[in-house]
Write a new protein. Structure first.
Ligand code: CO8
Length: 258
């Protein structure tokens, strides 16, 4: 599929995907969502970390496209929400870590896109918010589900009921982002973070992501049993032998993803 709204570059197993719809501050329309869906479905197994950002200096993603949503009926609204939610779920369960490098406005569906990523870092120019109720809708790309998981019920409800946008420093304070940088440092820091992940055993990183995601919603005994199973599976990998042998023989590990 040819991408008209995604700018993609890959280097050292780190893929950077910039959403690019400059006329609408990278607002997500159904064409962009379909391109994202196609990209996530066909992502190369050689990629070990995905970084998602927004093209240009002003916006990460300014929400779902309001002009496309304006005249939808109930069934069409349901379908649009389903498409976005399905794409964001693909990000959440992608078998590699996904970093959101939030370079500007992350509003509505843009904030929800960041929430579906594993880790969020931001420029000090970033702004986060869920302004949907001011438009007569609710966060419909799984924001009512994920925001509370990340910042807690109290902040999530305040942000969603008021629609108030928050700046990067407040996002950092409430745990919505892990770090805030000067705008010109953001992508360098995103790549450095990705690079630290890429150095590790890919299978172990993958199992760690699956474990954290799956266990979150389970009862304690089930969660611990799930981790136990995944921990055992690590010992079926060559990389476990390589990692431990490298440590014990005081050399650098060379992981082969086997
Ligand atoms: N959709 C469509 N167009 C947009 C959007 C958007 N979300 N955001 C910005 N644009 C367009 C503007 O209309 C404008 O177009 P034009 O130049 O043709 O007038 C252009 O981008 C530039 O925007 P502004 O002139 O407004 O730029 P400012 O710097 O003055 O303001 C803001 C920037 C603050 C980001 C402002 O554009 C804004 O408030 N945008 C809307 C933000 C918003 O409300 N986002 C939430 C949308 S709803 C949503 O995301 C729901 C997700 C769940 C969907 C569930 C489906 C059922």
């Amino acid at each position: 599929m040819e991408y008209n709204f995604l700018k993609i570059s890959t280097s050292d197993a780190i893929c950077t995907l910039a959403i690019s719809a400059p006329k609408s501050l990278n607002a997500l329309n159904s064409n962009i969502l379909k391109e994202l869906d196609d990209f996530l479905t066909n992502i190369s197994p050689d990629i070990r970390v995905l970084i998602i950002t927004g093209d240009g200096e002003k916006s990460f993603v300014a929400g779902a496209d309001i002009s496309e949503m304006q005249n939808l009926n109930e069934a069409e609204g349901f379908e649009f929400g389903r498409l976005g939610a399905q794409v964001f779920r693909k990000i959440e369960v992608l078998p590699i870590p996904v970093i959101a490098a939030v370079n500007g406005f992350a509003l509505g569906g843009g904030c929800e896109l960041a929430l579906s990523c594993d880790i969020r870092i931001a420029s000090n120019k970033a702004k986060f918010g869920q302004p949907e109720v001011g438009l007569g809708i609710i966060p419909g790309f799984s924001g009512t589900y994920r925001l509370a998981k990340i910042v807690g019920m109290g902040y999530a409800k305040e942000m969603i009921y008021t629609g108030r946008a928050i700046k990067a420093d407040e996002a950092l304070r409430i745990g919505l982002v892990n770090a805030v940088y000067e705008p010109e440092q953001l992508m360098e820091e995103a790549n450095a973070l990705a690079g630290r992940i890429v150095k590790n055993a890919p299978i172990a990183v993958r199992y760690a992501k699956v474990s954290i995601n799956e266990e979150y919603d389970l009862a304690a005994d089930d969660a611990i049993a799930f981790e136990n199973k995944m921990f055992g599976k690590c010992f079926a990998s060559k990389d476990q032998k390589e990692g431990m042998t490298a440590f014990l023989t005081k050399r650098e590990a060379h992981f082969t993803n086997e």
